[in-house]
Design a binder for this molecule. Structure first.
Ligand code: FAD
Ligand code: NAD
Length: 475
């Protein structure tokens, strides 16, 4: 007799595993199928985020930042270190250890919540059945009342720069390098290009980033992008804008990258080339032709605002559906769907999803950019507070950047918050909460912020919106 569950989830990345746990918390019987295999051949839950994305990248960002600080900043604090040496093997071992602990943690969470974690391939068939092909053993047909597709995404491959797992690599390859390349080329000055470019630049690589667009960080507020561009330049990241890569040829000693910019045909030689030009949804082998699932023109699974596909009882969440490809967006969709399955009222507020770049300075925002607000025709006011005027930032030697708040002139509602500076990724949470509650600037103005804290910069930026900043001259 075939097994059946209330809920079967395909994919155990941050969208799928969270959906599975929440569904189990609702008392549903749940199975979560995942086929992720790490480079050591071992299977692991956690998807891209835990194995090859958010977590390992942040582990290396932290290590490389400390290495850089030890060499360049400790002196300012009166700390003499002597010669600072790098042990890349130890750094990578730490990264792998963190990944192992966290992915193992998901297996533990599955057990604790009575989620059946199944290792292998899942395929949606018609009539709410799932074909499960385990890594070892025979195929099995599993019946489910509800099915959640959470198959995630994979790096986009450029036909003119195909991955060879050696010289031309994707973000996963760039996270697992065992030596610092003398020269590193990156195609794409997006989130991955900037984060991983920063890691290897701090560790000593000469990093050149080729970006096709003329605008730097086109999705960010222009004021933020300007400060960030200046800081990255100072750090030695050579970011070439308007650079359209036409060919990358890997040889024994490196890669020749040809590109066109406003001055004509150019080329650079690099030891390794990372291609980070975005990610595509993964749907290969995910569903049978007659399963009723529809893809849009870019390959994403078509869903409504509540992540329902066209097939009753079948949902899709995370990177395989429209919206930003972010772990927290996928997880919240997973929670929403599990709650809906349990008969609860649930929704996602797509307007306030925070974006964070874990570079130095960090960049974070939520809500609308000033350009978007201007375009919408809403009368608005803005306030900015520089970290240069923050006591805590000074103590941390991290004074670059600012907090900027954009609010409606009519009713004072906060429309967007943009931060470039220390701990921006942490500071943005207050802003997300404010937007979630449709807070006004005055709400933040009247909220007591601890002193001395970086969060005071958020408070002061809110005061600055009405020319009431206390620790910096007003406009
Ligand atoms: P995934 O994490 O991709 O998981 C999908 C899982 O489904 C995988 O394990 C896959 O093997 C499995 N699967 C797919 N098809 C099947 C099938 N048919 N059968 C069985 N299993 C299947 N986001 C952030 O929010 N913050 C960050 O700091 C951040 N950093 C990143 C850094 C890098 C280098 C990269 C590459 C990404 C980063 N992201 C970050 C993006 C984040 O990793 C993704 O948005 C997130 O992992 C998406 O979650 P998901 O569950 O939708 O998909
Ligand atoms: P991205 O969309 O952030 O950036 C890709 C960049 O490549 C863009 O600037 C684009 O203009 C450029 N580009 C595209 N084609 C090009 C070409 N042929 N030549 C030169 N440049 C080209 O994509 P990504 O950096 O690959 O990241 C993928 C996803 O992973 C993103 O959607 C992001 O949300 C997610 N991610 C998030 C984080 C985070 O939250 N901190 C970190 C890493 C990745």
């Amino acid at each position: 007799m075939s097994r059946s569950f209330d809920v079967v989830v395909i994919g155990a990345g941050p969208a799928g595993y969270i959906a599975a746990i929440r569904a189990a918390q609702h008392g549903k019987t749940v199975a979560c199928i995942d086929e992720w295999q790490n480079k050591d051949g071992k299977n692991a839950f956690g998807g891209t985020c835990l194995n090859a994305g958010c977590i390992p990248s942040k582990a290396l960002l932290e290590s490389s930042e400390l290495y850089h600080k030890a060499g360049h900043e400790f002196k300012k604090h009166g700390i003499k270190t002597g010669n600072v040496e790098m042990d890349i093997a130890a750094m990578q071992k730490r990264r792998a250890g963190i990944v192992r602990q966290l992915t193992g943690g998901i297996a533990g969470l599955f057990k604790a919540n009575k989620v059946e974690g199944l290792v292998g391939h899942g395929k949606l068939l018609k009539n709410k059945q799932v074909e499960f092909t385990p890594v070892k053993g025979d195929k099995e047909i599993i019946a489910a009342e509800h099915i959640i597709l959470a198959s995630g995404s994979a790096p986009i491959e450029l036909p003119i720069a195909k991955f060879d797992d050696d010289r031309i690599i994707d973000s996963w390859g760039a996270l697992e390098l065992d030596a610092v390349p003398k020269t590193l080329g990156v195609v794409g000055a997006g989130v991955i290009g900037l984060e991983l470019g920063s890691v290897w630049a701090r560790l000593g690589a000469d990093v050149t980033i080729l970006e096709a667009m003329d605008d730097f960080l086109f999705m960010a507020d222009r004021d933020v992008a300007k400060v960030a561009a200046g800081d990255f330049k100072k750090q030695g990241l050579d970011i070439k804008l308007g650079a359209k890569v036409s060919k990358a040829t890997a040889g024994k000693r490196g890669v020749t990258v040809e590109y066109e910019d406003k001055d004509g045909a150019q080329s650079i030689e690099v030891e390794k080339l990372v291609v980070a030009v975005g990610r595509r949804p993964v749907t290969d082998g995910l569903f049978a032709d007659d399963a009723g699932i529809q893809l849009d023109e870019r390959g994403f699974i078509v869903v409504d605002d509540e992540c329902r596909t066209r097939v009753k009882g079948v949902y899709a969440v995370g990177d395989c559906v429209r919206g930003p490809m972010l772990a927290h967006k996928g997880s919240e969709e997973g929670v929403m769907v599990a709650d809906l399955i349990a008969g609860e009222v649930a929704e996602m507020n797509y307007d306030v999803i925070p974006s964070v770049l874990y570079t130095n300075p960090e960049i974070a925002w939520t809500g609308k950019t000033e350009e978007e607000v201007k375009k919408s025709g809403i009368a608005y006011k803005t306030g900015q507070f520089p970290f240069m005027a923050s006591g805590r930032a000074k103590a941390m030697e991290q004074t670059s950047g600012f907090v900027k708040i954009i609010s409606s002139k009519e009713d004072d509602e906060i429309l967007g918050v943009h931060i470039v500076g220390p701990m921006a990724g942490e500071l943005i949470s207050e802003a997300v909460l404010a937007l979630e509650f449709s807070a006004s600037t005055e709400d933040i103005q009247r909220t007591i912020h601890a002193h001395p804290s970086l969060a005071e910069a958020v408070h002061e930026a809110a005061l600055a919106v009405d020319n009431k900043a206390l620790n910096f001259p007003n406009k």
